[in-house]
Design a binder for this molecule. Sequence first.
Ligand SMILES: Cc1cc2nc3c(=O)[nH]c(=O)nc-3n(C[C@H](O)[C@H](O)[C@H](O)COP(=O)(O)OP(=O)(O)OC[C@H]3O[C@@H](n4cnc5c(N)ncnc54)[C@H](O)[C@@H]3O)c2cc1C
Length: 438
Amino acid sequence: MQAAADALILGAGPAGVALACRLAAQGLLVDVIAARRSPAWEGLSPRVIVGLRRAGCGAAVAAAGEPARRAAHWNGQSSTLNHEHLVERARFDAALRRDLRSAGARLTEASVASLRRVDGLWQAFDVSGAPLSRAAFLVEARGRRAPSAGVTLDNGPRTVAIARIHQGDPGPAASAAASFADGWVWMAALPDGRRLLQFVVDAALVPPRVQLSDFHASLAAAVPEAAEWIARRAPLGVATARDATAALRGGLVGADWLRIGDAAFTSDPLSGHGVHSALGSAFAAAAVISSLRAAPDALPLVQRFVEERNADLFGHAAAVGNAFYRMERRWPERLFWRERSAWPSAPSPAAASGLRRQPVVVEGRIVEREVLVTPRMPRGVLTIEGVELAPLLRLAGAHESTTELAQRVGHTPAHVGTALSWLRQNGFLHSGGGLPLV
Ligand SMILES: Cc1cc2nc3c(=O)[nH]c(=O)nc-3n(C[C@H](O)[C@H](O)[C@H](O)COP(=O)(O)OP(=O)(O)OC[C@H]3O[C@@H](n4cnc5c(N)ncnc54)[C@H](O)[C@@H]3O)c2cc1C
């Protein structure tokens, strides 16, 4: 049996791989166990590419290819929004696995069926009971398929995405979203002529699996933009369904385990950025693991960090989705639109500007610091150009010059100047002087 690893990560989606690369770069021995994933197409925002580069996932960046133009047909109006990178997840995830291996992590391609603690280590087993890897720290990154830890703190209306691919003549890559009476559809076209229609509907409408392809065909015929998208194209294979319900899990971290990515919280695909959020959770997880390995008594602070962070991001994604649903006003009485424009029932109130003490990541560790909260930055801002804002705000109240302030806080006048501009722009300082408003 191979040596026990420092960390065992279950799942090799964006969250598991980005974390594995981070931990391996810090010199940890990292094992990853990942099963084959179901086929899916997704659209990645340009921010995902930035995150993948930051994680050192060059093969995944290459697999994401060039961005394609994205259009929207919503509330009776059409617009060309921006661009997204269209990926087949099987290909994209294969590239992530190459990045994982290049980073020096050990990958076992297997399905984890159970976990047990043996001699103080986490041990994973396959369905036959054969032992897989073992490690001191366990990371659950099996996405929506991760077994629930038992607690769901919040969830949105039950939502299902039903997708089917059609084949036609080659053409430019493109994507579009369109609303209809019972949901919305995401449409994607790849240059090789394959086109995807993915209908997002309420779970109550979804028929048994054997009727899925007929259901998909009836939706495609009823939605003009969808019918046009696959006109003169033949279906390739059958329709498949994926759960797309937004849910926030509880019990996210312990002394030697952590849930990340979709295993911690999922958002409605309309609020987008699932992969971006998974990468963000991996970066935060690296700091969580370093902190717990260095000082196990940091657990209460780390728990606060993980739980507040996930609840804030879940609430933000829910509010973004809710705003999109409320923009569509043509079918307020239909189940799909009625339930989604009413959830969350009390969208998180916009944060008031001010100072707040909270756990943050500093130099790869979780520590408690004062941050400046604004309505646009509800998670708070610790530094601008490396200059810590809360101490600068206090000193700035004494009307010192930028040069004097720079000497006091040990940064260049240019960086301090940028931080002062940020404080002024966000209403923490009067533009003419140094009086703090909060
Ligand atoms: C319908 C739908 C459409 C979406 N569209 C988009 C989109 O367009 N853009 C976007 O950014 N996000 C989208 N998302 C969200 C995105 O898929 C996720 O947020 C993101 O993939 C989460 O990354 P992850 O690493 O946490 O989990 P995943 O990417 O789900 O990875 C989980 C990993 O765990 C492995 N695994 C699962 N079970 C086992 C097991 N038993 N043993 C071992 N390994 C296992 C899987 O093989 C996989 O490697 C969509 C989600 C849905 C449901």
